[in-house]
Design a binder for this molecule. Structure first.
Ligand SMILES: Nc1nc2c(ncn2[C@@H]2O[C@H](COP(=O)(O)OP(=O)(O)OP(=O)(O)O)[C@@H](O)[C@H]2O)c(=O)[nH]1
Ligand SMILES: [Mg+2]
Length: 269
């Protein structure tokens, strides 16, 4: 029986005349029956709508990690995205830092998708690699940055990709989308500095290693809004590949232990 169908089909009621809403209902038993059916229909619809609304309003949770060698600009990206600030001073990260971002994206079908992104800033120094790789778990996206003026940071890209694939992509069918980003593009115009990695090379590596090309940027010069839009586009690309998933709860308490514990390197070249 359809939801709007109040048809009579049992016992004597099957013989009863169809009630005319204009004329008074002759049978009181029938009117109670109709009212109860109506009520049941309304309650079911109410519950269905509530469940639908809950489904739509629930944001999609992603964990995204910033990875790459030391001094390539991970913390600069993280800070500018969070506060709009950029610091010239080099303060190397130890352990890691985390921040949440709420993002709304309108997809191709003009539907609004809400995201709750946990972004992790990791340490690039070799001595912290075991901590960094430990926190890969549960990531749906990785922003892998290199310095376009420092060949060695680009040469390490395959190491970072392997470490992600070994930890995530080959285990339990989990999927982590890796986006490659070349940083410090502002420095190629300086007389005493020169580019060591071309964009074409980076694109070839992306094809070879199955990465998404995130483009060349200057975290120093990029505007706050521009960086937020860029980050949104990265989230959308991750979403286009992995879609909606349920994310395991992260143990934030452990992360808190590492927050703000930073050291200044003895000498910065
Ligand atoms: N000129 C220029 N300098 C930048 C840019 N991005 C970052 N830097 C500088 O590069 C240095 C290192 O940046 P960080 O963001 O701390 O590097 P990191 O990748 O977090 O390094 P670790 O924490 O050691 O892994 C800092 O002195 C920044 O000011 C950029 O786009 N242009
Ligand atoms: Mg850092």
């Amino acid at each position: 029986m359809g939801s709007g169908d109040w048809g009579l089909g049992i016992g004597d009621w099957a013989q009863s005349p169809i009630p005319n809403p204009q004329s008074p209902i002759p049978n009181p038993q029938l009117s109670i029956f109709i009212l109860l059916k109506k009520l049941k229909f309304l309650i079911i619809n109410l519950i269905k709508n509530k469940m639908k609304k809950k489904e739509i309003s629930q944001p999609i949770s992603y964990k995204i990690i910033l990875i790459g060698n030391s001094s390539i600009g991970k913390t600069s990206f993280f800070k500018k995205l969070s506060t709009g600030e950029f610091h010239e001073k080099n303060i190397s990260t130890i352990g890691l830092d985390m921040r949440t971002f709420d993002i709304d994206i309108i997809n191709d079908k003009k539907e609004k998708k809400s995201f709750n992104i946990k972004l992790f800033d990791t340490a690039g120094q070799e001595r912290f690699r075991s901590i960094t790789t430990y926190y890969y778990k549960g990531s749906q996206g990785a922003l892998l940055i290199y310095d376009i003026l420092d060949r060695s940071t680009f040469d390490s890209v395959s190491w970072w990709v392997n470490s992600i694939n070994e930890t995530l992509n080959n285990i339990n069918n989990s999927k982590c989308v890796i986006i490659l980003i070349g940083n410090k593009s502002d420095l190629i115009n300086m007389v005493d500095r020169k580019r060591e990695v071309t964009e074409e090379e980076a694109k070839i590596v992306c094809e070879k290693l199955n990465l998404i090309w995130g483009g060349e940027i200057s975290i120093k010069n990029i505007g706050y809004e521009e960086l937020r839009n860029l980050f949104q586009s990265y989230v959308k690309q991750i979403y286009d590949i992995i879609g909606e998933i349920k994310v395991q709860k992260q143990k934030v308490t452990k992360i808190e232990n590492y927050r703000q514990r930073r050291i200044v390197p003895k000498k910065i070249c």
